[in-house]
Design a protein around this ligand. Structure first.
Ligand SMILES: *Cc1c(COP(=O)(O)O)cnc(C)c1O
Length: 388
């Protein structure tokens, strides 16, 4: 990456893994809508046998994503959960995993409701507390699973410090880089062994596709990911890969706008009398602002804030927006708004939820790339409507 002859990420986003098609010169990678491939003699094929195992549209996306993360190998899956499942496929009964106490809900669910029954144990700790992480490590700990920034309180985890703790204990360090994207943060540069993505979010970027990916520098790990990709079969269709490839080309320009808008909105909310507190890593007041500034190239498009009102009044805010759509998910060009207490985090008992900082009036925003003045005006009219 330091090699100045390497194209920069804006250039790689558009060109890595993608060549004009040989026969016709078609610029865009074709959608190889195809299940099987001609062999010249039994076993003598041109790199592809069957599309669960490999498909040229998928290969183009896998190479593109590996390049964006600065890694050697990429593998794509039919969802972010498909990629997380593949990392868990590496484990054996008796293994132990340490992870954050605020990981994505689906990640918490697959850990506790799918893999615990195979006698794999999970410890959920505050991963900003490195002593707590080190204390949780055991001889049988095989994996440290990290998210950063986290959802919805935007905690920032120090990847280099956590990767060191994992490696001191002979465990792998995997980082879910969905919120930051490789444009803002490349975990392999900080010592992580595996990067996991939900392509559904910023990498796809247009809320029109579900997908996942794993990137690593380790050939042996990549071979195992390929084995599970083929054996488990959670592979994406060539149509889905095409959509994500279309998304990654504009990742840098979209992320710049997401970050600019989120920064301005975070500051505006922070100064707003109807808002008690703002969670955004780009604010000086954010508890891990320094870690974020060192580890990330910018602070991302996700933020949360506490509306100064009741659960019902906060519900009225998210129900009255027009530029912001009330919906779960994130990372598309359009702004989304949601209220964790009755929505994404409703399964957590209230006392536990509030103690963890997820108050009744907490509102999470995926800041889109509309004009920021329209975003502000929309939130202002929703605040006014809620307090009427
Ligand atoms: C959405 C998400 C996932 C799961 O991805 P899907 O594509 O929905 O399966 C995993 N991790 C994070 C941080 C996410 O936001």
């Amino acid at each position: 990456m330091d090699d100045s002859s390497d194209p920069r990420i804006e250039t790689r986003a558009i060109h890595a893994g993608q060549e004009p098609e040989e026969e016709t010169g078609a610029l865009m990678t074709p959608i190889y809508a195809n299940s099987t491939y001609e062999q010249d003699a039994p076993g003598d094929h041109r790199g592809y046998e069957y599309s669960r195992t490999g498909n040229p549209t998928r290969t183009a996306l896998e190479e593109n994503l590996a390049s964006l993360e600065g890694g050697s190998y990429g593998r794509c899956f039919s969802s972010g959960m498909g990629s997380i499942n593949t990392v868990l496929n590496l484990l054996e009964s008796g293994d132990h995993v340490v992870t954050g106490d605020d990981v994505y809900g689906g990640t918490h669910r697959i850990f506790t409701q799918v893999y615990e029954k195979y006698d794999i144990e999970f410890d959920f700790v505050d991963t900003t507390d490195h002593d707590a992480v080190a204390d949780a490590m055991r001889p049988e700990t095989a994996l440290l699973w990290v998210e950063t920034p986290t959802n919805p309180l935007m905690r920032v985890n120090d990847i280099a410090a956590l990767a060191d703790i994992a490696h001191d204990n002979d465990a792998l360090c995997a980082v879910d880089n969905t919120f930051a994207t490789p444009y803002l943060q490349r975990p392999l540069e900080h010592g992580a062994d595996i990067v996991s993505h939900s392509l559904t979010k910023y990498l796809g970027g247009h809320s029109d596709v579900v997908g996942g990916a794993l990137v690593t520098d380790d050939e042996d790990l990549d071979e195992q990911f390929g084995f599970y990709q083929n054996s488990v079969g959670a592979t994406p269709s060539p149509f889905d890969c095409f959509l994500v490839l279309r998304g990654t080309k504009t990742l840098p320009v979209r992320m710049d706008r997401h970050c600019d808008n989120a920064r301005e909105l975070a500051q505006w909310l922070d100064d707003h009398e109807a808002v008690d507190r703002v969670y955004y890593p780009g604010l000086d007041s954010h508890p891990q602002h320094d870690v974020a500034a060192a580890q990330m190239d910018d602070f991302g498009g996700m933020l949360s804030f506490e509306f100064d009102g009741t659960l019902e009044e906060a519900s009225a805010v998210v129900s009255n927006t027009e530029v912001f759509t009330l919906a779960e998910s994130l990372g598309g060009v359009e702004s989304l708004i949601e209220q964790p207490a009755p929505m994404t985090h409703a399964a957590i008992p209230r006392e536990e939820r509030v103690a963890a900082g997820l108050t009744d009036s907490l509102i999470r925003v995926s800041v889109g790339i509309e004009h920021v003045d329209d975003q502000k005006a929309d939130l202002q009219q929703a605040f006014d409507a809620a307090l009427e």
